[in-house]
Design a protein around this ligand. Structure first.
Ligand code: AMP
Ligand code: GLY
Length: 420
């Protein structure tokens, strides 16, 4: 089977690493990829936001299966374009990707499905939004409707912060994404990431994880794309998992079918759990990054069979084989991230690290320059390990972190603290 993965982050490196282990994988191409991915797959420098280019490339290269990693190509309709060209694709249509690309749309679906989520109101003008904030008061959450690379959500602890967010969003800080704003009740509780494969009608629970969004130890400092994750998430007990499936995910997926836009791909539900009751924070229509790295470390080569069954509408016939294990991924980022940071510093010591079923350094933002690995993004490496316990996985991961010689980088030292 010839497989094309779209994307260039740690998520896609881990997907490539797991898929490559499956004997059905003959040829693996990742577009555009990164320096780590280039060590295990062919990389192709094409514009992955252009569906025509992707479809043409896939046909010319006799690709049998296209796996779409990030949200941007999904929101741009690349899956639809590839399907129209007769390709087998893992990832939702543009219409179903609205579950991530429009927060307002997701609220409408949750209303129709009666799924537990934060109370909210939506606005296209600043003055009524300000009035709503004054009436309801902080803490309160202000969200740009559209995709804003994880930066469009302001969890305001004071009215002043919330009002400033309104000024920024209607002032054009997020462009079109901020033309509509959703203001939400602040939900308390513990967050978890829940991953469910959906082939339109059948749901298959893939796994759970917990991310660490804040940049600093002890969950301090600004929000990031995620500084580390572990799987499974102990807060996702069987009871909470069943509630999330029956009260939130199944009814919203049924509503998508009812509307004629069934969802096919991986549904990533961000949940807030309090007193055993999950509520939806948001949907994403792709794997989380770095949550994916921990899931791939635990699932290995069977991932290809799962993604293929999902794309072919055969989830009812397949099961996920879990080991009783734990995985953790520690993100190493360039100093300054999530603010401005420098690119180009050299990362040494990677070649001496183990790469096996227990240890793997996934590359997120790297570039090879004259045989050296250099930093080429904010989040640069996902140092990932597996173990019989979370503590064992954590110790392995930080052992690798400590062996990496990269003074221009940093990481959180407390990934997994909640579960440990
Ligand atoms: P989102 O992009 O919607 O996942 O939001 C980013 C982060 O903001 C989430 O992971 C939560 O930590 C936080 N957040 C979003 N909405 C709420 C809410 N209604 N209540 C509390 N925290 C929230
Ligand atoms: N780690 C959170 C995300 O991928 O959205």
């Amino acid at each position: 089977m010839n497989i094309l993965i779209l994307g260039s982050g740690g998520r896609e490196h881990s997907l490539a690493w797991a898929i490559k282990q499956n004997p059905k994988c003959d040829r693996l191409i990742v577009a555009p990829g990164n320096a780590g991915i280039a060590a295990i797959a062919e990389c192709a420098d094409i514009d992955i936001l252009d569906g025509d280019i992707v479809a043409q490339f896939a046909v010319e290269n006799a690709v049998d299966f296209v796996v779409i990693g990030p949200e941007a190509p999904l929101a741009a309709g690349v899956a639809d374009r590839c399907r129209a060209a007769g390709l087998l694709v893992f990832g939702p249509s543009q219409a179903a990707a609205e579950l991530e690309s429009s927060k307002s749309f997701t609220k409408t679906i949750c209303d129709a499905a009666d799924a537990p989520t934060a109370a909210y109101a939506r606005f296209t003008q600043a003055e009524p939004a300000r009035a709503y904030i004054r009436t309801h008061g902080a803490p309160i959450v202000v969200k740009a409707d559209g995709l804003a690379a994880g930066k469009g959500v302001i969890v305001a602890m004071t009215d002043a912060e919330a009002l400033a967010a309104i000024d920024d969003m209607f002032g054009g800080e997020f462009g079109k994404a901020g033309a509509e704003v959703v203001i939400e009740e602040f939900m308390e509780g513990e967050e978890a990431s829940f991953f469910v494969l959906v082939d339109g009608t059948t749901l298959l629970t893939l796994g759970t994880a917990q991310d660490h969004k804040r940049v600093g130890d002890g969950d301090t400092g600004p929000n990031t794309g995620g500084m580390g994750a572990y799987s499974p998430a102990p807060v996702m007990t069987e009871a909470v998992t069943n509630k999330a499936l029956t009260e939130i995910i199944a009814p919203t997926m049924a509503e998508m079918v009812r509307r004629g836009t069934p969802f096919q791909g991986i549904l990533f539900a961000g949940l807030m759990i309090k007193d055993g009751q999950p509520r939806l924070v948001e949907y994403n229509v792709r794997f989380g990054d770095p949550e994916c790295q921990t899931l791939m470390m635990r699932l290995g080569g069977q991932v290809l069979d799962l993604l293929q069954a999902c794309a072919e509408g055969r989830l009812a016939d397949i099961t996920v084989h879990w080991a009783d294990d734990h995985a953790i991924s520690v993100v190493m980022a360039a100093q300054g991230y999530p603010g401005s940071y420098a690119k180009g510093s050299e990362i040494k010591g990677l070649e001496a690290l183990p790469e096996d079923s227990m240890n793997m350094v996934f590359h997120a933002g790297t570039r090879e320059v004259d045989g050296r690995i250099t930093a080429n993004g904010g989040r640069v490496l996902g140092v990932t390990a597996r173990g019989a316990t979370l503590a064992e996985a954590r110790d392995r991961a930080y052992q690798m972190v400590d062996a990496i010689d990269w003074p221009e980088g940093f990481c959180r030292r407390d990934i997994g603290w909640r579960a440990l």
